[in-house]
Each structure stands twice: as C-alpha cells, then as structure tokens.
Ligand binder design. Structure first.
Ligand SMILES: C[S@@+](CC[C@H](N)C(=O)[O-])C[C@H]1O[C@@H](n2cnc3c(N)ncnc32)[C@H](O)[C@@H]1O
Length: 275
C-alpha cells in the first residue's frame, strides 16, 4: 500500500472511530485488509485496497465502514483483567451504592466491552451482591464498535483456559459446560447483560438516565488527547454525581481539566454526591 492510500485509510479510521493509525501501523493495516480480502474472496469491493476505499466512500449504508471497523479494531481482553478494579468495585463501590441509591435502580455501563469477559465479571459481582436482595434492578449495558465481538459476548461461550482464572464457585454457579468442553454463561446471567453496538465517537449519546459506574478500559489508548478529553467530558455528563469511572491501567485522564476526582490509579469519581 502506498503512503497516500495509507493516509486516506488512516484519516477515515480516525474520523469515524477515533483510533489513531500512526505511520508505524501501516503494516498492521495492510495485514488486516489482506485478511479481510481473503475472508471475503470474490467480492469486487474488496478486490484491491483502492476498490475498498472507494466502496467505503460511496456506500450510503455504512457497511463498508463497519467492515473497516471489524478489520481495524483490537479486541484483546480476558476475565479479571486488571483485577484490582474488580475488587474495588466489589468491596467499595457496590456497598456504597447499596447504601446511597434509594430507588434500587443501579446502572453500570461497560463501554468497549469486546467479547464480554469484563461485563460478565461485573455481572457476577452484581449478582453476588444484589441477587438475593429484593427491590434491586441492576442494569448492565455492554457496548462495543464491533458487531463480531458483541455476538461472542451475547453467546457467552468461553474456553476452559480463559475461565480457569475465575473462582471455582463462579465457574460452578455462573457457567455450564458445553458438549465440546467449553464454558457457557448461564442464561439467567447472560440475560442480565445488554450487548449493543455503540461507537464512542457518536456525537450525542442516546442514554436516557446517567450511570452510576462506567468502565471504559483499554480503548482510549488508541485515541489522541483531544478525542480522549472529549470522551471523558461525555462520561462525566452521563455519570451520576459521585459516580465512578474506571479506565485502563495504562491510561490517564487530566483530572485538572475534568469533572473527576482521583480515587486511585485508573479509578476516578465524578465530583459531587448522590442526591
Ligand atoms: C482492547 S479491547 C478492550 C476490552 C476491555 N475493555 C478490556 O479492557 O479488556 C478494545 C475494544 O474497544 C473497541 N473499540 C475501539 N474503538 C471503539 C469506538 N470508537 N467505539 C466503541 N468501541 C471501540 C474495540 O472494538 C475493542 O473491542
């Protein structure tokens, strides 16, 4: 791929998904587009990189852009990733919310959820904490740009290898074995997680009520500072006062420029308190 073509793809990716593609990512883009072409043999719009670019630009349905999103996103995730976040959520956040929320309606958003391991970890904690308490409605929204990963999340089927990091009690209570030795999240938990496609670059967020907790981990590393600051501002807008924001361990937000107080590394809290 020549430099000009790479720059045109990179500009499309940044404008639409926020993801930066610096020059050293050219080989990555090439290999992802090569794979896309191989997986879709015979489709004229993918016959060459130039044809694909033209298709994306001319296609009114956004299907080309969606294919580009699938090709360019990186979905690496695993159960209990950055485990200290989950123990803070379990030991500090949930008891606090239990005391502070009066109407029993607790809302968590797992933004950039990838294949669902992060959302299901939160779902298991919510179930452990609130499952036997009458009067609690715990909504867990899991969103991602990629439809493919959301399908995996909805099915909730994981390898024995990936589930083995979870406590035995969870493995037994929240999963059942499939005929081929995998682990599937039990229906009652799967139905508690709402998987939806959502692009974090969407100018106006459509949520009716603010969340008490937002997890948005390991996606802002792909964004530039301005995109990240704008997103953090929107998170503040869509969090209840006193609500928590969890970001990835290698990510930072400028708390002097934002509405958040620092709690501990990669955990922030929106200024104010629940009313
Ligand atoms: C590396 S995974 C992180 C998964 C999980 N949050 C974790 O920390 O393990 C990054 C995810 O961000 C998603 N993503 C990238 N750009 C996005 C965007 N603009 N809007 C929503 N999701 C996006 C990707 O599809 C991918 O699944």
């Amino acid at each position: 791929m020549n430099q000009s073509l790479f720059q045109q793809f990179a500009a499309l990716v940044t404008q639409n998904f926020g993801i930066q593609l610096p020059p050293e990512k050219k080989a990555l883009l090439e290999s992802r587009l090569f794979k896309l072409k191989n997986d879709n043999m015979g489709r004229p719009e993918l016959a060459s990189d130039e044809a694909f670019l033209k298709y994306i630009r001319e296609d009114k349905t956004s299907k080309g852009l969606a294919m580009l999103a699938e090709a360019i996103t990186t979905h690496h995730t695993f159960f209990m990733r950055e485990a200290d976040h989950f123990s803070f959520y379990e030991k500090e956040v949930l008891p606090y919310l239990e005391k502070s929320i009066r109407d029993g309606d607790m809302r968590t958003w797992c933004a950039a959820s990838s294949t669902g391991e992060e959302a299901y970890t939160l779902a298991m904690m919510l179930e452990d904490h609130f499952g036997s308490m009458p009067g609690w409605e715990t909504t867990l929204l899991a969103t991602d740009l990629s439809k493919d990963v959301l399908e995996i999340g909805k099915n909730g089927v994981y390898s024995a290898e990936s589930v083995k990091t979870l406590p035995a009690l969870w493995q037994n209570s929240y999963f059942h074995r499939t005929f081929d030795g995998k682990y599937q999240v039990v229906d009652r938990l799967r139905h508690k997680v709402l998987f939806r496609r959502f692009n974090l670059m969407t100018p106006v967020f459509p949520f009716k009520r603010p969340f008490h907790v937002i997890f948005c981990r390991n996606v802002m590393i792909y964004f530039d500072n301005t995109t990240r600051d704008n997103l953090v501002r929107k998170f503040a807008e869509f969090l209840e006062p006193g609500g928590y924001l969890f970001i990835g361990h290698s990510e930072v937000i400028d708390r002097h420029k934002s509405d958040f107080d620092y709690v501990m590394p990669s955990i922030y809290r929106k200024k104010g308190a629940f009313t």
